[in-house]
Design a protein around this ligand. Structure first.
Ligand SMILES: *[C@@H]1O[C@H](CO)[C@@H](O)[C@H](O)[C@H]1NC(C)=O
Ligand SMILES: *[C@@H]1O[C@H](CO)[C@@H](O)[C@H](O)[C@H]1NC(C)=O
Ligand SMILES: *[C@@H]1O[C@H](CO)[C@@H](O)[C@H](O)[C@H]1NC(C)=O
Ligand SMILES: *[C@@H]1O[C@H](CO)[C@@H](O)[C@H](O)[C@H]1NC(C)=O
Ligand SMILES: CC(=O)N[C@H]1CO[C@H](CO)[C@@H](O)[C@@H]1O
Length: 796
């Protein structure tokens, strides 16, 4: 078997623009630029104008006197939205994450960034950094899975990639938008430590390591206060403690009050109108009402100065005030390179879940393959992908794209099979009887099945964004059963946003999870099935029956958006999201976080850990012990010193991706930095790095396969101790009660780039909380409510 080299080296054909300006440099220039702005002009910068009735989903008016051409903001994480087939329809973000390949993360960001740049789009509304708290949650495919460390690592590279092209990246949705039902009328009640370590942490990385230019707030409330009104989170945490220098925009139509939103620290109201629709173009809660509030002394002139400065500072840092292309959403950027990169990432993100008797890759003895199921057939293009009819390249909602084409699995497999003189028969329906009949005489039966999810504003087959259950759609289980009962070499290929129930797991030889691969989906799955690409994708979440997770989506009756009546989402599981819960409760998942097979095998050995001033260096050797080339993903998990109480058994803290020829081995060194060696101490109100006791370092291929283990003293400079015997039971560190903590001085979260100005803002978080919880006034008349409910309707 050989692995095509053309696919494994996708070149980046555009170079970074030379815009590596620091916030400090941008700040000086921005202050100068803003110095002569009138209040009216500053307000222009803050208030969206066309209310999604223009070319871009978000827009800011020009200021001609200053030669400022206005702004265009556009969705989203899977590529440019509303590009009418002129742009690449990329794989879902969750697929990008599944590659565990930082190099690809960056390349995807840069390639996408370039497509936004060429269209004159100033800000890409990407990446989404919310946590997959519940597998049924509708938009899990738009972000990076259940683990905050992984989400941060993907986000950093995607942001750097997007911003390398001079485009503003937007980390969204800050924070706690972790399900769709009632997202605009709900409160995510998040315990403090989990808020910091699980939900804020990806944003910390986006800001601190990715230098992200903008952040989008979320629809939901956090502990009763809407994100857009949450002064504590916006002003004290994001801009204060975390030192964010860019601007915060609202999610679409989530602002319904100028005092509380602008006053809390929101900088940009998107898309500007009070409610959805052409009637509200130019009719905003913000606009001139900002001036009225200043005149009444409700908020200070400085608040407006700050909002304008933040927007301009980001634009200057991005190099956009120098020159920028004219807005045109239909410039052709569907290049050979982008298509090749989508195909490569789609293939590299494919997770091989089961492969008994090496049924895959398809070998030379196979003469006839049966392709079964509607999911193997051409996709139907409905508005915002609001139908599941044919193969599923992406889910539905604002995070999808207008496809120029989708390569369907059947066509791609048929074409590839010809090369090996393999006959392909097919049955492109989901009917069990028909499927079985077609599969009966084949050497191999490949059944394509699916489940779909998306955004709340569209309901598909009864699913209002969030999935109603984790079952396959359209009778997928019955179809697989029927085929497996007549063909002993049955392989299942799944296209879905995340985990699905797999009651057929013991009846089939192979299971391949392809996620949502984008427009090259068919080619990518053919690459994997025929062994042209050795699968190296890994699950960025735990896969288990629904009832085994600590959390779930809540399907309360629809509440009007934006008002005081809210569905309560209590994050009672705290830190124990995903694999942390399964470890704590010793529940065996169907497939662990990080799981993913290869056509070869790997061995990990010789782990050494060294605690230094920079953090913890972990070195290990990875060997390809099989007979084909393949990419290994060594993963590092850490147990914290016993002094850290009620803490997860282990936390995912490091990974690498290494391509190895058969028999080849390579040493890799992974740095776990001081932030990742710290936990959030609610008493200290900061991240604390333990200085006493020992960390235990685990390494292996997923959360439940960690053959290597070594302990290392928390104190810098101590020798690491020899490892314990390999089959010793893994200790549970969650239940002890030692209470020694040491606060690290300067290295802690977010301090690095905080300017004097922000430090002054963040004086006392405690005070701000209580101030925040005293609502002054609430608007949401019945009329308002009805209109808000129509929010986020596609523009045509
Ligand atoms: C937010 O709500 C959670 C859950 O009720 C609670 O544990 C936490 O203390 C609250 N946080 C704040 C800052 O009030
Ligand atoms: C946008 O670009 C396309 C492709 O280059 C071109 O055909 C079209 O005329 C442009 N539209 C405008 C308004 O310039
Ligand atoms: C579903 O796809 C088939 C082609 O496979 C097409 O004939 C049919 O009209 C589509 N149905 C819908 C509702 O789009
Ligand atoms: C921050 O506070 C200090 C002391 O209160 C003051 O001297 C300084 O001018 C303030 N800085 C800003 C930018 O407001
Ligand atoms: C680095 C090190 O000490 N490795 C040892 C870990 O434990 C196994 C099993 O006891 C030994 O074989 C290794 O040499």
């Amino acid at each position: 078997m050989k692995f095509a080299s053309a696919l494994s080296t996708v070149a980046l054909l555009f170079v970074s623009k030379s815009i590596a300006m620091t916030w400090e440099e941008a700040d000086a220039k921005a202050r100068e630029w803003c110095a002569d702005l009138t209040n009216e002009e500053k307000i222009t910068l803050t208030t969206g104008r066309e209310n999604m009735q223009g070319i871009c989903v978000g827009s800011i008016d020009p200021i001609e006197r200053k030669g400022f051409k206005g702004l265009c903001l556009q969705d989203g994480p899977a590529g440019v939205r509303f590009a009418e087939g002129s742009a690449t329809s990329w794989q879902a973000a969750i697929n990008t994450a599944s590659t565990f390949d930082r190099d690809l993360y960056y390349k995807v960001g840069a390639a996408q960034g370039n497509e936004f740049y060429q269209r004159g789009i100033n800000a890409a509304l990407s990446p989404a950094m919310n946590i997959q708290r519940a597998p049924a949650s509708g938009r899990i495919w738009e972000s990076y899975g259940e683990d905050p460390f992984l989400a941060g690592q993907v986000g950093i590279q995607v942001i750097k990639g997007i911003q390398s092209q001079g485009v503003i990246a937007t980390a969204k949705h800050f924070v706690g938008n972790d399900q769709e039902n009632n997202r605009g009328a709900s409160s995510s009640n998040i315990p403090e430590q989990a808020l910091w370590e699980v939900y804020i942490d990806p944003f910390y990385r986006a800001i601190n390591d990715g230098s992200v230019d903008s952040v989008m707030s979320s629809y939901n409330a956090i502990n009763g206060t809407y994100s857009v009104q949450n002064k504590r989170l916006l002003t004290d945490v994001l801009k204060g403690k975390m030192g964010f220098q860019g601007f915060v925009m609202s999610d679409w139509w989530s602002i319904y009050d100028v005092e509380k939103s602008f006053g809390a620290g929101m900088d940009m109201d998107m898309p500007g109108g009070k409610y959805w629709g052409p009637d509200f173009v130019g009719d905003s809660f913000w606009g001139e009402h900002i001036q009225e509030c200043i005149d009444k002394g409700i908020f200070s002139q400085e608040r407006l100065d700050d909002a304008a400065l933040r927007i301009v500072r980001s634009l200057i840092k991005a190099g956009q005030l120098e020159d920028y292309p004219e807005v045109n959403l239909t410039v052709d950027t569907l290049t050979k390179e982008n298509i090749a990169l989508n195909r490569k990432v789609a293939a590299d993100s494919t997770v091989l879940l089961k492969n008994d008797n090496k049924v895959l890759p398809i070998n030379k003895k196979v003469k006839k393959i049966a392709i079964i199921g509607k999911d193997a057939m051409p996709a139907t293009f409905c508005t915002d992908m609001q139908c599941a009819n044919g193969t599923l390249p992406l889910g539905w909602g604002s995070g999808t794209t207008d496809f120029k084409y989708v390569i369907d699995p059947l066509s791609a497999i048929t074409k590839r099979a010809k090369k090996d003189k393999i006959k392909v028969v097919s049955y492109g329906e989901d009917d069990a009887k028909g499927g079985a009949a077609a599969a009966k005489d084949a050497d191999l039966a490949i059944v394509f099945v699916q489940a779909d999810s998306g955004e709340e504003y569209i309901t598909v087959e009864g699913n209002k964004g969030d999935r109603l259950d984790l079952d396959l759609w359209h009778g997928g289980n019955e179809l697989v059963d029927a085929v497996a009962s007549v063909n002993k070499n049955t392989i299942v290929v799944i296209h879905a946003p995340g985990p699905v129930n797999v009651p057929f797991i013991d009846k089939v030889k192979g299971i391949v999870f392809a996620g949502f691969p984008g427009q090259e989906t068919g080619n990518a799955i053919a690459d994997v099935l025929f062994g042209d690409v050795n699968p190296s994708g890994h699950l960025p979440y735990t896969w288990a029956p629904r009832e085994d997770y600590p959390t779930d989506v809540k399907y309360d009756d629809a509440l009007p958006g934006g008002g005081e009546e809210k569905t309560q989402y209590d994050y009672d599981e705290g830190l124990f999201v995903g694999y942390r819960w399964f470890d704590k409760k010793e529940i065996e998942p169907t497939f662990a976080f990080g799981y993913g097979l290869s056509y070869t095998t790997f061995e990990f050995s010789d782990i050494v850990a060294d605690m230094t001033e920079d953090g913890l260096y972990v070195t290990l050797t990875v060997k390809n012990t099989g007979d084909v080339a393949g990419a290994a993903v060594p993963m590092i998990f850490l147990s914290f010193p016993e002094s850290v109480k009620d803490y997860p058994v282990r936390l995912f803290k490091g990974f690498d991706k290494i391509m190895l020829e058969a028999g080849q081995s390579e040493k890799t060194t992974i740095l776990i930095d001081n932030h990742d060696l710290s936990y959030y101490d609610v008493d200290v109100k900061d991240f604390v790095k333990p200085e006493d006791g020992e960390y235990t370092v685990y390494a292996g291929s997923n959360a439940r396969d960690l053959p290597l283990k070594v302990t290392v003293s928390a104190a810098v400079g101590d020798e690491n101790e020899p490892n314990d015997s390999e089959d010793e039971e893994i200790p549970d560190v969650s239940g002890n009660d030692e209470d020694v903590k040491e606060v690290e001085s300067d290295e802690e979260a977010g301090e690095a780039s905080v300017e004097e100005e922000q430090k002054n803002d963040s004086a006392d978080v405690e005070d701000e909380i209580s101030a925040d919880e005293e609502p002054k006034k609430d608007v949401a008349s019945a009329d308002t409510i009805k209109k808000v409910r129509k929010c986020i309707v596609k523009k045509n």
